[in-house]
Ligand binder design. Sequence first.
Ligand code: FAD
Ligand code: SF4
Length: 510
Amino acid sequence: MKKLRLILGDQLNSEHSWCKNQDKNVIYCLFEMRQETDYVTHHIQKIIGFFAAMRNFADELKSQNHKVIYYQLNDEENTQSLVSNLSKIIRENDIEKFEYQSPDEYRLDKQLSDFCKKINIESEVFSTEHFYTEREDLKTFFKGKKQFLMESFYREMRKKHQILMVDQQPEGGKWNFDASNRKKWKGDVLIPSAKNFDNDVSEIVKDIEEAGVKSIGKINEKYFEYPISREQSIEQLEYFCEHLLVHFGDYQDAMHTDQIFLFHSKISFAMNTKMISPKEIITKTLATYRERKDEIDISQVEGFIRQIIGWREYMRGMYWMLMPDYKKENFLENKNKLPDFFWTGKTKMNCLKNAINNSLDNGYAHHIQRLMITGNFALLTQIHPDEIDAWYLGIYLDAIEWVQLPNTRGMSQFADGGKIATKPYVSSGSYIHKMSNYCESCKYNKNTKFDDDSCPFNSLYWNFLDEKQEQLSTNFRMKMMYSLLNKMSSEERSNIKEKANHIIQNINEY
Ligand code: FAD
Ligand code: SF4
């Protein structure tokens, strides 16, 4: 039977059982398409990263004697649409069965299941063989529960997969070492240079320019630094385990003007394209820990493992549990526009300038920059979640909707009313000062609320609490902040309001 097998740009898993046996009746197809470059404005490095990794993957398949049809962006036969490309290939090659791997994105899942209903040949969906959990697992796990706590899911994962467990108890005596993951980096501990590759992607850049694809951000086309093949993904992981794991947990939340990656692994793009699997990452991390136990503390390892078997799998499960309605949630009824400086980095607020410029320059910002700088500011200034989603989905190399949406709309913007985060992640300037050196070289004064040079986060924070009192004051975790707000004099509250409104109305001047 002649089969066509589709491989999407984030399904580059060369360990997949599909790749194990060659079959002359099977054709694999991969497409670079305007459908994918244009559904949101992407960072140039994100488009290049995906296409470069897809081209490498197709070459790998060909070198193993698999039959491959690969449409580059400007190829004449490329219709730029997934279903038209598939229909054309099915027709031209007398295909009798169409097979694809379960897409992680709702949009593509729907497009492909609709397509299969229309074609008059057999079709079948396969697992991507990538995640620890199945799509529907969280729905089952949280059935009948009112709260969907990541921590309870994470503990279950540790038990089920026997990760950092001793006699059914958590290794080190605790499930979670989060409290020791909050050090500020003061330059006292040496940060090894980030692992960079020097991939020449100038051919693909030329294709993108020729096609006129709109993008944001910068690229160095001779030195594309992220992994774009399985070998490079493995190297990225090995580098992390050898040099960075030792302090990963300590400085997980730290931010610094001179540092982009700190002790972070930079592995999300490789993992989200499935060039490397979470299981491989956990296995290698645990092996490194066992070999160097006298040097690497459990808090570093647990902190990292929690991100992968905890947060990453949890976000995927929540996405599939809550879509498609999740994409429309706006619990706090925010409606402002995203400031222009999110697209240019031109702001006087040093924390935002650093986080946004990191993102524009590298297609990367680490978790706390995304959550407590850009996300925090967007929430405090009450930006509509659709605008925020479009920015986060476009700007990061690792942004694919299944992981971006729950992180942004849920974790960061509380737009789901608390399904993912138990409270809104908002703060005044004091948290930013505690975790970074940003405030030291900022034009604004982190210590005051409503002077001309006061840190904007300070008035915005209290104003946010004031304006969202109806929705948030009954939240147990917000009680203390509301009691502080309610103790403020009416004069102080009105000064805060005036200052915050000025910021919101003149946001691009700050
Ligand atoms: P490390 O800090 O080294 O962490 C290791 C790995 O853990 C990451 O590669 C990632 O796969 C996983 N991980 C850590 N935190 C999370 C999380 N909250 N959710 C899922 N996986 C996690 N991650 C994405 O992969 N794509 C996104 O589009 C994305 N959008 C985000 C938006 C917001 C508002 C926030 C707060 C976080 C977002 N994250 C996203 C999670 C996290 O910021 C990135 O995974 C991380 O910064 C990637 O860099 P790293 O590989 O160096 O991560
Ligand atoms: Fe950011 Fe305020 Fe600190 Fe400036 S003072 S870096 S605006 S938190």
